[in-house]
Design a protein around this ligand. Sequence first.
Ligand code: GLN
Length: 336
Amino acid sequence: MTNSQHSGSVSSDVSPWLGAQIQKVIDGIYRKYKDVDDGAVATYIPELGKADPKKFGICLATVEGEVFTAGDWDTEFTIQSMCKPFAFQLAMQRHGTEETLRHVGVEPSGEAFNSIEFDQKTGRPFNPMVNAGAIAVSSLIKQKPVQAGIEEFVDKMSDAAGRRLRIDHAVLASETATGNRNRAIAYMLLNSGIIDDEVHETLHQYFAQCSMLVNCKDLAMMAATMANIGNQPLTGKPVFDFQYLKYVMAVMFSCGLYDYAGNWAFEVGLPAKSGVSGGIFGVVNRQFGIAVYSPKLDAQGNSVRGILASKELANHLGLHAFDFSNVGSTFVQALL
Ligand code: GLN
């Protein structure tokens, strides 16, 4: 049972014929990988270990707000590292690019997400997509009181998703209780003057961001908001300042999947971000947002079925940034 649905009630940018093809592709990918059982659910944050390993959802959302889904698209999970591109966007919106880049670089690290390595010359974390860089970014977007910064983040993300999102307090408590490696990273950053001495507040901001609940459709809509130059496809609300989105997507493209980022760029070819909860989302600029959820992870901390499904989706629909045969491209549309 694919449990698929196409909520095509909204305006149709995609022709009915093309919509049916997209749905067919998504259903086929869901069926093909449904029984893949490789990988392991993350348990280093104990609360994440409770995820149902069988869950598997796929969603594609167009910049017109059309949504195509398969499987467990509405299962909620915490956003984890997939909050990082959005936090980076908010930091640049608040402080500008130059000031933000004083605290975090934009160079792929080739290292694991939780690596404790910094740029030797500047002491900055390599990029905002690994924990160190995201903690530096959290220090830039935190507010006084700290709850205000968290609320602003959740509000923005809710605007992008098009529905009210919330924090999972059990996951937040679990991360806070066990996040000593992140705490160590934060103190290293304090030591080198990258973050201020409100370390506790910075970490609370970071852990709370990671603990926000989303489903596949939310992620696809958030990605579609990026693709739609910052305007939410359904509500039309301007959510992200478009002048920074190109920087966010560039960093997602080169660093979004940690030490798998190069392979991802080669094989899938989309700006994307993964998280240890098992989600991956990608942006097809000016066209679609895509998201996959499956909690079992590979050695790099990326969702096994998330990568398989994304690769196949990109191949079937020609989504690779350097692929001319993209289904949503004006080139292909002109042939229809
Ligand atoms: N909150 C997680 C952590 O800090 C995020 C990591 C991830 O999703 N890769 O470890």
